[in-house]
Write a protein that binds this ligand. Structure first.
Ligand code: MRU
Length: 346
């Protein structure tokens, strides 16, 4: 990969600022936990697994900067930072999963002094990063059999290297199939309103030299009707135990269209995206973002003043519309609840 989405630099966290892509490759150096939290909130870094990694590194960074040698003071400060990270974005399960892992380290380190706790937290953040690289690779290996020569693959949002520590989830599958010598093409939904498809997925695929075509979100149905799409591959932000899946707004519409046209709709996600505490997708918190994302484009107003807006960042695709969920532990098919429980505890 020619770029690094996120990097631990010892005394800072370096992020590729995704708000500026593809025009500018600009790295952001976060020197404290608050600037990492701000980067997550403002989507300088985004994508469920990458958000988890960033939060973990932000916590490790905060730990390094604490001056007190009193374990109780140290613990309290880290707990506050964990809370701050949890409040950045509400939907991605990986964020809460990563913060919980960091907090657990504190719980296991009761007998350690502050310097030892700092080292443990740094190790855990790096482990979360490295595991994600490996998990992406495995998702790709499991999923690549689903793509055949000559296929048109539709994807939505960005579930690639920019959204993870490795090759990505949905794009990881595409990458693995391509690396194996399969030849196919990808259709990339632009993904309104923040254009993660047109800006980010397109940028990655151009670099990988995988043939890709950007379309507006509203063109997907017509392409399906014309027989251009063999399968749909998307990522996930949170998957409930019945398989209902929250992902970028617009995913649900594509899933409905896929059903109508008899096209398999696949979700690729690590087990860290599974939230088995939730019975169904109706319990998944859906982030609503600022109206300006709709009323303005590149800083310029595009709607009349006084108009109302509705800007949910995610929607939930019911499990009945999903053909299979590709994870690092294999492909899970219906009934999802049994399969997801098995792989989560494996
Ligand atoms: O709002 P975003 O850009 O963070 O939303 C990202 C998505 O919806 C991705 O599809 C999802 O996080 C999976 S990334 C591997």
């Amino acid at each position: 990969m020619k770029f690094k989405t996120i990097e631990w630099k010892g005394n800072r966290v370096r992020l590729l600022d995704q708000r500026r892509l593809p025009q500018e490759v600009h790295y952001l150096d976060c020197k404290d936990a608050s600037s990492v939290a701000q980067a997550i909130r403002t989507m300088a870094i985004r994508g469920a697994p990458a958000i988890g990694v960033a939060a973990a590194m932000g916590i490790a960074l905060a730990a390094k900067k604490i001056q007190s040698h009193r374990p109780e003071v140290f613990r309290k400060s880290i707990e506050r930072v964990c809370q701050q990270m949890r409040q950045t974005r509400p939907t991605a399960a990986n964020l809460f999963w990563a913060v919980d892992r960091m907090e657990k380290i504190l719980g296991h380190a009761r007998s350690l002094n502050v310097e030892e706790m700092k080292a443990r937290l740094e190790e855990e953040a790096l482990r979360i990063y490295e595991e994600d690289v490996e998990v992406n690779r495995k998702i790709g290996e499991h999923g690549k059999i689903l793509i055949q020569d000559g296929d048109g693959v539709l994807t939505h949002c960005n579930a690639g290297a920019l959204a993870t520590a490795g090759w990505g989830t949905a794009l990881g599958v595409i990458h693995a199939a391509w690396a194996e010598g399969k030849r196919f093409s990808v259709f990339v939904d632009e993904t309104r309103p923040l254009l993660q498809g047109a800006r980010l997925t397109a940028w990655e695929l151009v670099q990988e030299k995988i043939p890709a075509t950007v379309i507006t979100d509203s063109m997907a149905g017509w392409l399906m009707r014309k027989g251009e799409i063999a399968l749909v591959l998307v990522g996930a932000d949170r998957i409930a135990r019945n398989g209902d899946t929250a992902n970028k707004i617009g995913t649900y519409s594509i899933a409905v269209l896929s059903k109508w046209h008899n096209i398999p709709f696949y979700v690729a996600a690590p087990t860290s995206t599974l939230d088995l505490t939730l019975a169904s997708g109706s319990d998944i918190p859906i982030e609503e973002r600022a109206p300006e994302e709709l009323t303005h484009f590149q800083g310029r107003r595009i709607t009349p003043k006084g108009i109302k807006t509705f800007n949910p960042a995610f929607d939930v695709t019911p499990h009945s519309l999903i053909e299979a969920i590709i994870t690092e532990k294999g492909i899970v098919r219906k009934p999802f609840e049994r399969g997801l429980r098995r792989i989560k505890t494996e």
